[in-house]
Design a protein around this ligand. Structure first.
Ligand code: SF4
Length: 435
């Protein structure tokens, strides 16, 4: 029997992407190969997302799509947050799926694959399960950046969020383990490592080392060949002066602050069990810009949270006008069963929430364009991610992969780090010429 092949479709966040890469590396170590398409695969897998209703609908669509495309005799497995949260419901609703495997059971995945495919490679020595999950090298994606998950789970009480129920309490990985994985990524050709976790800035608190994200950054910066480190998902309550210092003083750390502020109305933030208000947010932003006037700032906001009024929306609009963030994402509130917010009175009508989201996104689009225009004429360091329709596309410290605008270059090949002069903007993107 030749090596069975796998096709894995990933949905959701960067943390899910990391899980998928580890699952594929684990399977590869067990002798499984990657299929070129779902139609060719012996096993099709979907790594699902369950964060909000839309994400769940997208996950079910993906499962049904692959069920329709997979070849006769092939097998199918559903993994990820939906499998973790709604395992038994999914098994009942989708009997055509051969296995539904939650995050807690990833250590059993190779055994499940073997059972489904009948693959028994006697020539391959298999390592203990848990060790594989945490220490496997990941397949080179060919991209010059990779995500590295430094912790799993979250201890925060945000009233709208089901993630702690899905991913459990915060479990930080040991610094040496993270460094080992980072070194493996750099050896595989990665230049930029993007650190992720549900609550990244709280890294280390659960292993008796609070505030050590800054130490981790300093340690990883010593890896030869690493060109850049970037952080995503910073909870404002966990941002300490030492971290700000490291992020603005360490030349290897992108001066890029992804602050998950969620709203500007103090009243709503209290109902969300989130810290601060517009004024406190502005103080944090001012502190960052004081340390580095060229720092890039991003945030995400929830619109339509129960009890949100037009005044709250205007308060957020004024905050955006004053904060002048480089980037922002807006999400319409989704009532998640089992979360306190889902039981709150004054649920906002979906259409009203979408109207507010369009209004606020419109304000931010203009601000983003203005922020970009302010960089025209400047020379920045750009990493080339890929070539799109013949045009090299990359990013500077101001752009995170996959969520912000990009820089279109007049020349360059993927993986190159180039100096380029910014010469124009169109929407969230910029044009640049290599100097
Ligand atoms: S910090 Fe993020 S992951 Fe944790 S509960 Fe709040 S929103 Fe959810």
């Amino acid at each position: 029997m030749s090596n069975p092949t796998i096709w894995l479709q990933t949905l959701g966040c960067a943390k899910n992407q990391v899980d998928s890469e580890k699952v594929l590396a684990m399977a590869a170590e067990a002798g499984y190969a990657l299929a070129g398409s779902p139609e060719d695969a012996d096993v099709v897998m979907v790594n699902t997302c369950a964060f909000v209703e839309e994400a769940r609908a997208e996950s079910v669509d993906a499962i049904l799509d692959l069920e329709g495309r997979r070849k006769p005799g092939s097998r199918s497995i559903v993994i990820g947050c939906m499998a973790q949260r709604f395992g038994s419901e999914l098994e009942q609703a989708l009997p055509e799926v051969d296995a539904v495997v939650g995050i807690d059971r990833y250590g059993e995945l190779v055994g499940i694959l073997d059972r489904l495919t009948g693959w028994q490679p006697v020539q391959i020595r298999r390592r203990p399960v848990m060790d594989i999950l945490h220490a496997v090298g990941r397949p080179a994606s060919g991209l010059p950046y990779a995500y590295l998950k430094v912790a799993e789970g979250c201890d925060k009480p945000c009233t709208f969020c089901a993630i702690p129920k899905i991913r459990g309490r915060q479990r930080s990985r040991r610094p040496h383990e993270i460094r080992q994985e980072a070194e493996g990524l750099v050896r595989s050709g990665v230049g930029e490592i993007v650190l992720v976790a549900q609550d990244l800035a709280a890294y280390g608190k659960d292993i008796g080392a609070p505030g050590t994200l800054a130490d981790l950054l300093a340690d990883l910066s010593g890896i030869e060949g690493l060109k850049a480190l970037r952080l995503l998902y910073l909870h404002p309550r966990e941002i300490r002066p030492r971290l700000l210092e490291e992020m603005t003083r360490n030349p290897l750390v992108a001066s890029y602050f992804d602050l998950s502020l969620q709203h500007a109305s103090g009243r709503l933030l209290r109902a969300m069990k989130r810290p601060g208000d517009g004024e406190r947010h502005l103080e944090l932003i001012a502190r960052i810009r004081e340390l580095d006037p060229e720092a890039a700032l991003r945030s995400s906001f929830i619109v339509g949270f129960p009890g949100e009024t037009e005044d709250d929306v205007e308060e957020l609009a004024s905050f955006l006008e004053e904060a002048r963030l480089d980037w922002a994402g807006f999400f319409s509130y989704s009532a998640e069963s089992g979360t306190p917010a889902a039981e709150m009175p004054d649920q906002v009508d979906r259409e009203v929430a979408m109207e507010r989201l369009r209004y606020l996104s419109g304000i931010q689009e203009e601000i983003t364009a203005e922020r970009n225009a302010g960089w025209i004429g400047r020379v920045v360091e750009v990493v080339v991610d890929q070539v799109e329709d013949g045009t090299p596309v990359g990013r500077s410290h101001r752009q995170a992969p996959e969520i912000d605008g990009v820089i279109r270059l007049d020349r360059g090949t993927p993986g190159e780090w180039l100096s380029a002069r910014l010469v124009g903007t169109h929407g969230p993107d910029m044009d640049a010429v290599v100097v």
